[in-house]
Design a protein around this ligand. Structure first.
Ligand SMILES: Nc1ncnc2c1ncn2[C@@H]1O[C@H](COP(=O)(O)OP(=O)(O)O)[C@@H](O)[C@H]1O
Ligand SMILES: [Mg+2]
Length: 263
């Protein structure tokens, strides 16, 4: 198997908090891998480190065998890593299509430079960006909404819009942070189908998700994180039967129950 992403001894401290504490794992090309774990385990922080929203304290991140942890976020996007966010981030006043085109505009450094300098793109370039963005909208089934304000979309549609924007950068690796959070059961099932379709077009997926049904259905492999450390790794079935994992999840449920009784 050919690893597309290799994480070694990754560590992130925020003041006294060790959010990610010596994490090692690999993601193979064309795999769907999930990271699960209780709230505060460090899942989103790992995504923020890979996409270089924040720098690691120590450790190495290799993408396609090259070290990327000192690169700027747009260079990482250019190299082929894209992501969605735990809290949906769409530009509400922009049209649905414009929201996707924003992703496409950041495809290359020259495009970013052009955006900063407010340079006029050639018509041919604009048309390419437009057409590719439209293709991605139709991939997620939102082409009929292209001219609507993003704020008119349902929550699920906004999540799909984020998928389209992330895909518009033509990633090889897509990081999905809780794609099913806030969705109803049938909507989450639809999301699972989209995750499969994204893999079918050749994209590797690293997924953070709380919806265990979705994780167990779509993942080839699962990593379990607790307090910034990997406590288990394996197939969904192996992880589900792992005692350390069961203990962590039972602990979380007890904390939730305690909080419910308090409020
Ligand atoms: N920017 C930040 N500044 C300070 N602490 C942070 C920051 N981001 C995350 N943390 C802390 O790091 C830990 C892991 O958070 P996070 O990665 O968001 O967890 P998860 O996504 O698994 O719920 C938490 O204790 C959180 O409060
Ligand atoms: Mg998170």
């Amino acid at each position: 198997m050919d690893p597309i992403l290799q994480i070694e001894k990754l560590k992130k401290k925020f003041g006294g908090v060790v959010a990610v504490d010596g994490v090692d794992f690999e993601v193979n090309s064309h795999q769907i891998k999930a990271i699960i774990g209780p709230n505060g385990a460090g899942k989103t922080t790992i995504f923020n480190l890979i996409s270089r929203i924040c720098p690691p304290t120590s450790g190495t991140i290799r993408f396609k065998q090259h070290k990327i942890n000192e690169l700027k976020p747009y260079v990482i996007a250019e190299k082929g890593i894209s992501r969605t966010f735990q809290n949906v981030q769409v530009f509400e006043n922009m049209s649905v299509l414009e929201n996707v085109m924003v992703g496409r505009h950041c495809r290359t450094r020259s495009e970013i430079f052009a955006a900063i300098m407010n340079l006029k793109r050639t018509r041919a370039e604009e048309k390419r960006i437009h057409d590719y963005s439209l293709e991605m909208l139709s991939f997620v089934g939102l082409e009929t909404k292209k001219n609507e304000a993003a704020s008119n979309l349902t929550f699920q549609q906004q999540k799909l819009l984020e998928f389209a924007r992330a895909l518009a950068t033509e990633p090889d690796l897509l990081l999905l942070d809780e794609p099913a959070a806030g969705l109803s059961v049938p909507e989450a099932d639809e999301m699972a189908q989209f995750v499969y379709r994204i893999r079918e077009i050749g994209i590797t997926i690293l997924l953070v998700e709380h919806n265990m049904g979705l994780v167990m259905e779509v993942s080839d492999e699962v990593i379990v994180l607790d307090s910034g450390q990997v406590i288990a790794e394996g197939t969904p079935r192996e992880v589900q039967n792992n005692e350390a994992v069961i203990a962590v999840y039972l602990g979380e449920r007890e904390t939730e129950n305690a909080n419910h009784t308090k409020s």
